[in-house]
Design a protein around this ligand. Structure first.
Ligand code: Z5A
Ligand code: MG
Length: 213
């Protein structure tokens, strides 16, 4: 009868460079949980379906202009508006996969090289959001990424920006003192998926995980 007091779910974040295969890997991980009969939710940021997400989409596709600070705070608000729902799913024992999160939020804005928007400023509005139980970083060279489908269609998808983004991700992870599973994303989808699943599988056996706040 007390089976309702289930273990809290895992919050798994997949970050990475453009076209590193984040969404493909989130889909693989989603299927991995489903196959084991585990409850799983997929959340993607930016969530372009909400009012803030629609503004972000217009900006990314070049239909609208925004002040750098203003668009930065919209990306953050797009996470804050989702967080209570994610928290309650985790408490009910559902696992949640997140495709881009606060780390992208801070580094893409800081990579604009606007002196008024340095990395510590950019990180501030993320403080207080849920911390991931597992954080993956999909790393890929910009030349390999540029060979993949769909590259270059949106704002930020230029090589100079991508190089700064890579450096800033590493800076941010070092500052935060957080465990990051770095994955070589230049390999096949299957090879990358196997590495991620191995880490997740181990974490699922660990009773201490699943307590993120
Ligand atoms: N942004 C921000 O500024 N602030 C924020 O707070 C957040 C984001 C959250 C849009 O993000 C932009 O918003 C992004 C960061 C900024 N800017 N840029 N540049 P998005 O997440 O919506 O971006 P996206 O359009 O989904 O692209 P993506 O995430 O970069 O792609 P991906 O998810 O990493 O890759 P994919 O869709 O899985 O794969 C891309 C293609 O490569 C596809 O054809 C796959 O079949 C193929 N693929 C995937 N894996 C492989 C392997 N291993 N081998 C070969 N081919 C592969
Ligand atoms: Mg994606």
């Amino acid at each position: 009868p007390d089976s309702a007091a289930s273990k809290r779910g895992l919050l798994i974040v997949i970050e990475g460079l453009d076209r590193s295969g984040k969404s493909s890997q989130c889909q693989r991980l989603f299927d991995f949980f489903r196959l084991q009969g585990q409850r799983i939710r997929y959340a993607k940021f930016p969530d372009r379906t909400t009012p803030t997400g629609k503004m972000i989409d217009s900006y990314l596709t070049g239909q609208a202009q925004q002040d750098d600070h203003s668009i930065h705070l919209l990306f953050s608000a797009n996470r804050w508006e989702a967080i209570n729902s994610i928290r309650s799913d985790l408490i009910r024992g559902m696992n949640v996969i997140v495709d881009r999160y606060s780390f992208s939020g801070a580094v893409y804005s800081a990579a604009k090289d606007n002196p008024d928007l340095p990395l510590p400023w950019a990180w501030n509005p993320e403080i207080g959001l849920l911390k991931p139980d597992l954080l993956f970083f999909l790393d890929i060279s910009s030349t390999d990424a540029a060979k993949r489908d769909g590259y270059g269609a949106e704002r930020y998808e230029m090589e100079g920006m991508q190089t700064r983004v890579r450096t800033l991700f590493k800076d941010l992870f070092a500052r935060l003192d957080i465990t990051v599973y770095q994955v070589d994303a230049g390999r096949t989808i299957d090879q990358v998926a196997v590495d991620i699943q191995a880490v997740v599988h181990t974490a699922m056996q660990n009773p201490q995980l699943g307590s993120s706040d």
